[in-house]
Each structure stands twice: as C-alpha cells, then as structure tokens.
Ligand binder design. Structure first.
Ligand code: UDX
Length: 441
C-alpha cells in the first residue's frame, strides 16, 4: 500500500520505517526542511535503537522516502497518517494547531478517496474536528474517511513495540476504513481492536494515565517502605505476581518523565474537567510524581547537610534509559534544584549530553561516569542506563571524596553496596552504612 506519514518525530519516523519494512511504499513528510535534509543525508533526528539501520535499509530498498511536499504525498498515497506533535499548552491542554493545519493541507490536495488516520495522541473528539476541517476545505469534491489509530510505542523500544504490539486499536466509522487498516496491519498478525473513533482516542489517554498511575502508586508505597525499613522491591514483586496487577511499571524511582506521560496525563485531566468530570484521582498521579522529585532531593539534602559549594556527580540525564530524550526528564528538574542550592554538578549520560547542553548551561559535562564521580561528595543515579550497572564501583569509590551514592533508580543491590563499603541510599529500601533519616513527606 502507498502510505504518507505527516510528521517525522518519534512516532512518525518509527511508524514510517516500520510500515516500509512490512513492504509498503512510504513517504514521510515534514515541513521542517532541516529535518528532512538530515534524513535525506541518512542522519536520524533523534536516538532510537535500531531506527538508523531500519531507515537506511528501507531507503535503499526504495520503500521509504522523505519530502517536504505534502501535495505530492497526498496525491500519491491512499492512506495518510497524521503524526504531528500535540505539545501541551500552558493550561495542560494539547495544542492541536498542527493537526488542524495538516488536515487543511491534506484536504486542499485531495483529488480522490483518502483515509486520514490520527496517530498522534489527541484529545477525544479531535476526529470530529479533523472531519469538519476536511469537509470545509473539500466542498464535497471527493469522498474520504477519518480514523484513529493510536500508537503505544515506548521510546527506546519503539521498533519492537510496533512490530510486536499487544494490540492494534483502530477507531473507524466506515467498513472501507476498517478494511484498509486491517489490511495494513495484517502482516503483524496482532489482536486488532475495532472501535469507534472517540473510543480509540480515549484508549490512548486512558492507557498512558493508567501506566502513570501504577508508577505513582509504587512511588507512594516506596515512601511508606522507607519510613518503616521495608523493601519496596519485594512489595512490588509480591503485588505484581497477581495477574490482575501485573509486574510491569511498578519500578519506583524519581518519577516518570518523557514527552508522553506528563503531557498525556495533564491533557486527560483537562479533557475530563472540561466535560465536568472530577479528575482528582489523575491529578493526584501528577502531584505524586512532582513530590517524588522533591522527596529525592530532600534525601540528598538530609545526608549531605549544606549543599552550597559541594560537588555532586550525576549519572543519567535522559528521562529513561535507551533514549537521548530529556523532555520532562526528572533529572533536569533535580539538577536545576541542586544548582539552585549552590551545588556544582558534573554529569554524564551515554546519549543525552547534546540535548542536555541546550537546557543545562552551568553544569560540568563529564566524558564518562568516572569523570562525573571524580572528587564528588556524592554520586546520584538519575537514569537507569544498563551501562551504569556495569561500571567499576571500586574505581568510582577511589575517585570520590566520600563513598556516598544516591540511587534514584535502584539499579544497584544494597547487599553489594554494603560489601563495597559505600554509604548507599535508594528508593524504598533500607539505607546501607548510614543511619536512615526520617524524611517526612
Ligand atoms: C510511554 C508509554 O509506555 C507508551 O506506550 C506510549 O506510547 C508513550 O508513552 P515512554 O514515555 O516512551 O512510553 O516511556 P515509558 O517506558 O513508558 O516510561 C515513562 C517514564 O516512566 C520514564 O520516565 C520511566 O523512567 C518511568 N518509569 C517507567 C518508572 O519510573 N517506573 C516504571 O516501572 C516504568
């Protein structure tokens, strides 16, 4: 099938490359000329494991191309996926202006039937607006359908998640649209959930809000565990084995980040409130997430005493491992809070250093974890990169002014840290070689 993907961000580029890899002819369109230029030169606009190879392979096989010309893409492709970004506005609502602009452009360039598919995460009833916008610009010239096909791609495992979906959700309101999307997803032989458009739009926000709720839930439990010296990892295992709960997304940490959970949660809260629904429950998920960062910062303060002029090493800036994305990253907030207190930060991240430099101007960028630890009063783990789990901790200890580690992602085992002689504090687990201070929250 010939497919147009409008928007070459995390969702659009991955979706385009994967559809091409399934044998479709895909044109990825973006109005950002420099981004398309980079892609035409074989350079990826962001880090996503395996994407570079997948794009290059499909470009070589002539199944994947890039263009700034939406007219050509609409003229050639029967299915058009809207994958433009829907950033949060000041009040938390999603900014849908890019969706509207693209809908107009599609309508203005349509000369025969087209299926326009919302893949960007959009508030429920956006499909109605896309329909109206296209109708208003088409004046009945040609037939079309709108559909919703939300993505469930996690950064760092987006290709895997596309090729191995738990389910494919298609929100349609015509047999023709349903048939086309079922045909398109057939090679994945995945469970296809067919709904109306509004239900499909809600599924995405509800899914992300639920996953975010699980994380805030375990982070609340981690604080109870910390106060009584219990072990949140054991609690998470004990509850996660109940198949109704499930073990995933029960890892305590410094809170969730990224351009999805924080944004989708606040958008969903606004959607509910505008519909007159009390959204306190989901508001609390966001509040817990903010509080978790403050809780971790206080833990550092409680054990370092005065922060001013102290040097602290930071490992990890991206919002999670296997991505260079720092959007809404808890590490950014925490580093800014520590700088506020007069701390000198020396940080290392395997992938996110360039992105971090655009935001964090007055920190020292280390070339590796050891340089970040050198002469530091403490070392703080803020992202769970697997490479941090393999570092030579005895070498780290020899480099630090004081063998004190705050592990915001519980990547190390307390037993091991005890053996190595570290003072070690983590989330929801007993401190090692240091007396537990009752951080009240
Ligand atoms: C998420 C959804 O998982 C995905 O389905 C949706 O399409 C987009 O949003 P993503 O934001 O890429 O994906 O990352 P995810 O792996 O979900 O993690 C989100 C945040 O939660 C990260 O900051 C991560 O560190 C944190 N997290 C995740 C935890 O703190 N604990 C966990 O157990 C899992």
């Amino acid at each position: 099938m010939r497919i147009a993907i409008v928007g070459t961000g995390y969702v659009g580029l991955t979706t385009g490359a994967c559809f091409a890899n399934l044998g479709n002819d895909v044109i990825c369109v973006d109005n950002n000329e420099s981004k398309i230029e980079k892609l035409l030169n074989g350079n990826m606009p962001f880090y996503e494991p395996g994407l570079d190879e997948l794009v290059k392979l499909n470009v070589k096989e002539k199944r994947l191309s890039f263009s700034t010309d939406i007219k050509e893409a609409v003229a050639q492709c029967e299915v058009i996926f809207i994958c433009v970004n829907t950033p949060p506005k000041e009040n938390g609502e999603a900014d849908l202006s890019f969706v509207e602009t693209v809908s107009e452009s599609i309508a203005n360039n349509m000369n025969e039937y087209r299926l326009i598919v919302e893949k960007s995460t959009v508030p429920v009833e956006t499909g109605v607006w896309v329909q109206k916008t296209i109708e208003a610009n088409l004046n009945g010239r040609v037939e079309f359908d709108v559909a919703s096909n939300p993505e469930f791609l996690r950064e760092g495992s987006a290709i895997h998640d596309f090729m191995n979906p738990d389910r494919v959700v298609i929100g349609v309101e015509s047999e023709r649209a349903e048939k086309i999307l079922k045909e398109l997803y057939k090679p994945l032989s995945a469970h296809i959930v067919v709904t109306d458009i509004r239900s499909a739009e809600i599924i995405k926000h509800a899914s992300n809000s639920f996953l975010a709720s699980k994380i805030s839930f375990i982070n609340v439990i981690s604080r109870i565990c910390a106060q009584v010296g219990a072990d949140v990892t054991q609690v998470a295992e004990g509850i996660g084995l109940d198949r109704r709960i499930g073990k995933d997304f029960l890892k305590p940490g410094i809170g969730f980040g990224g351009f999805c959970f924080p944004k989708d949660l606040s958008a969903f809260v606004r959607i509910g409130e505008k519909l007159g629904v009390n959204m306190d429950m989901l508001r609390a998920v966001g509040d817990v997430n903010e509080a978790q960062k403050l809780y971790f910062k206080k833990m550092i303060e409680d054990h370092l005493w005065n922060l001013k002029n102290k040097t602290v090493g930071v490992l990890g800036i991206s919002f999670k491992a296997d991505t260079d994305d720092i959007r809404f990253a808890p590490a950014i907030d925490l580093i800014e809070m520590l700088i506020e207190e007069g701390v000198t930060i020396q940080a290392f991240d395997p992938q996110a250093m360039d992105n971090a430099r655009t935001v964090l101007k007055d920190i020292v960028y280390a070339t590796d974890p050891y340089e970040a630890a050198k002469d530091a009063e403490a070392l703080v783990i803020m992202t769970d990169w697997s490479e941090f789990k393999q570092i030579d901790l005895l070498k780290i200890k020899s480099l630090m002014k004081r063998p004190l580690i705050f592990d915001g992602r519980n990547i190390y085992s307390p037993e091991k840290m005890k053996e190595l002689g570290f003072q070690y504090l983590s989330i929801g687990r007993k401190p090692v070689n240091v007396e537990a201070l009752k951080t009240k929250y």
